[in-house]
Design a protein around this ligand. Structure first.
Ligand SMILES: Nc1nc2c(ncn2[C@@H]2O[C@H](COP(=O)(O)OP(=O)(O)OP(=O)(O)O)[C@@H](O)[C@H]2O)c(=O)[nH]1
Ligand SMILES: [Mg+2]
Length: 608
């Protein structure tokens, strides 16, 4: 059997889960057709998904078409859950981008298309909801070409668009030239056009490679906890085979034995002894793995992120204070399933979680209540800031000083670097001064010191990550163990440099001072032309700097820069300002100095 791992991606509510359900039904993998609106679909299986009628977690469903075993990954469309899409992207052989014939191409659709192109994932379009009032398949295709900048081939036309009886008529003698994306119109609800679309899936998309005898290589794209608490790793195998009881290498897990394997079969899962090239398996036993890990051997190029990380966070507190330790465990389990949730423990014992938005916050609250029995409260969301050095700062601790309990001299200087340059580290001492007797080579010393410096800079004077700076090691002295010990100290060890780094760097940073900077996003607002002035007024009232305004037929697009906090307000107020037709999508573009009192991480910001 040939293998095809197929992702279904789209804007929220475009009809991904409905189409998935229809495909499973038509292929005979399920015998009853479920519905999103009744909460009975195969892939929206979480209680929370059923209740809200939206997909929250990616789900894998399996069915066969002719001689192809399709593993379909139904992804969430809500931007708060973009991390789920992020992970699925790296394991796909092909993708379906669903465009609603009613709502058309949405901002979210554009960022998905960009990511698919960057990864060169072959993509088919499915224009859904042709049976719905207001549907227009011709307009949808025009928008695909104009707004996504791709060329298309219409595989069919629609008769009776916008009515329940809408039917799909295949285009005759059609050839798909390379570079053009095939477009299939249809309806997941009535099933119109789905037959033809299934033919497209098996004939137009490339199958997975099948070298089952090569050395194993795969990637973990999802982590789940079984009800028993066992960690399950979803693995896409690219090459080779792995078996139960075999020890395998993973990026963060070392060599661990696999204790169980399950694969996806039509309408369910099945235990197996092995999983091979092209397949998706669920592995038990790999207790230390994280999402994004490679298995077998590192793949060329590390896992890179295609969507910006969350730029907001909130403090979470248990309603019952005694639940603190349990909350910590629960959040770290959620974070391991979702690498973009960054859980931080503050000195005062508070926990904060990074967030994309309101819906994600509600979902975390419900998950903690339902799966962990924890009632929590979130503070208002605050931006995740950074600190940049405000000037040059220098500090030294001397070996011969008794006030320095460590057996080494270390001098460090910190100074501002260009915006966006990250942390740079340099050894500013002569080679002969390097403690070779501890570190063997100059390079190893430099690498070790850079690691210590980076760790020390995870929290600056106000608790934010310090970045965009150059740190130079200016002085270094040590005691090799002969002669009279200076200040009664012992022979210098690696741990002396490790422990001294945060102390010296802190002093240098105090001298330099830091500037707290908050995230700035570029938001793209789309609205009807009649609501353009209302949207513009709202954006500027929130301090937005308008980069461009584009008017195209009945639509207007505004590009505006504003702080992440203001963008949250924009999201909340846009719907009212535009009578419900405005949408907004934003990307992180940089940081700028906070005006007024700089916020301290984990402390609610006091507003004048
Ligand atoms: N009439 C009609 N309604 C549809 C069709 N596809 C989906 N819907 C409806 O549109 C709504 C959203 O459908 P879903 O399948 O949940 O959409 P989704 O893309 O999976 O949404 P998320 O996973 O939350 O992003 C539901 O109310 C569906 O019944 C279609 O082809 N025709
Ligand atoms: Mg869905």
């Amino acid at each position: 059997l040939k293998q095809l791992n197929l992702g279904i991606l789209a804007h929220v509510d475009a009809g991904k889960t409905t189409l998935t359900e229809r495909l499973l039904f038509e292929a005979g993998a399920i015998t009853q057709l479920g519905s999103v609106d009744k909460g009975t679909t195969y892939t929206d299986s979480l209680e929370l998904e059923k209740r809200r009628g939206i997909t929250i977690k990616s789900a894998v469903a399996s069915f066969s078409l002719d001689d192809v075993a399709v593993k379909l990954i139904d992804t969430p469309g809500h931007p708060d859950f973009i991390a789920e899409v992020e992970r699925a992207l790296s394991v796909l052989d092909g993708a379906v981008l669903v465009i609603s014939a009613v709502e058309g191409v949405q901002p979210q659709t554009r960022s998905l298309m960009r990511a698919l192109r960057r990864l060169a994932v072959p993509t088919l379009f499915f224009v859904s909801k042709i049976d719905r009032l207001g549907a227009d398949d011709v307009r949808a295709v025009q928008q695909i070409e104009a707004r996504l900048g791709v060329s298309t081939v219409q595989m069919a036309s629609v008769e009776g668009i916008g009515a329940r009886a809408a039917a799909v008529v295949p285009t005759r003698e059609i050839s798909v030239t390379s570079g053009a994306h095939p477009v299939y119109p249809g309806s997941g609800i009535t099933g119109a056009g789905v037959d033809l679309f299934m033919t497209g899936i098996t004939t137009l998309l490339p199958m997975a490679g099948e070298d089952v005898d090569a050395p194993p290589s795969g990637r973990i794209f999802k982590i789940e906890r079984a009800p028993s608490g066992t960690k399950l790793a979803y693995l896409r195998m690219y090459e080779g085979t792995v078996r139960v009881r075999e020890r395998v290498w993973t990026t963060s897990g070392g060599d661990r034995p696999i204790t169980g394997i399950e694969v996806f079969t039509e309408g369910g899962r099945q235990r197996r002894r092995a999983v091979s090239a092209g397949e998706i398996g669920c592995l038990a036993g790999l207790s230390d793995v994280r999402v994004g890990d490679d298995l077998g051997s590192p793949r060329m190029g590390k896992a890179e992120f295609h969507f910006a990380p969350p730029s907001m966070e909130a403090v979470v507190t248990p309603l019952d204070r005694r639940d603190g330790p349990r909350l910590r465990v629960a959040l770290s389990q959620l974070a391991e399933q979702d690498p973009l949730i960054n859980v931080r423990l503050h000195h005062q014992g508070d926990l904060s979680v990074s967030l994309y938005g309101e819906v994600q916050r509600e979902v975390i609250t419900s998950t903690l209540a339902e799966n962990f029995g924890l009632a929590v409260r979130f503070s208002d969301v605050t931006p995740v800031c950074i600190e940049r050095p405000g000037g040059i700062g220098m500090a030294v601790e001397f070996l011969r000083d008794r006030s320095n309990p460590l057996s080494a001299t270390l001098g460090l200087q910190i100074e501002p670097g260009p915006d966006g340059s990250g942390i740079r580290f340099e050894l500013g001492i002569e080679s002969r001064i390097v403690p070779i007797f501890i570190y063997k080579t100059e390079r190893l010393f430099a690498e070790a010191m850079e690691r210590h410096v980076r760790r020390a800079l995870t929290s600056g004077l106000r608790g934010w990550r310090v970045t965009d700076c150059l740190v130079t090691l200016t002085q270094c002295e040590y005691y090799v163990g002969d002669g009279v010990p200076p200040a009664g100290k012992g022979r210098t060890a690696a741990s002396d440099f490790r422990s001294l780094t945060p102390v010296v760097l802190r002093s240098a940073l105090v001298e330099a001072g830091t500037v707290v900077c908050e995230p700035v996003v570029r938001a793209r607002i789309e609205t009807s032309r009649t609501k353009l002035s209302a949207a513009l007024a709202l954006a500027t009232s929130l301090g937005g700097e308008v980069d461009s305004v584009l008017e195209e037929r009945e639509m207007a697009t505004i590009d505006v820069r504003l702080t992440a906090v203001r963008e949250q307000q924009l999201q909340r107020q846009l719907s009212r300002a535009t009578g419900g037709d405005g949408t907004c999508e934003s990307v992180l573009v940089g940081y700028r100095a906070v005006r007024g009192e700089p916020p301290v991480r984990g402390k609610p910001r006091v507003r004048p």
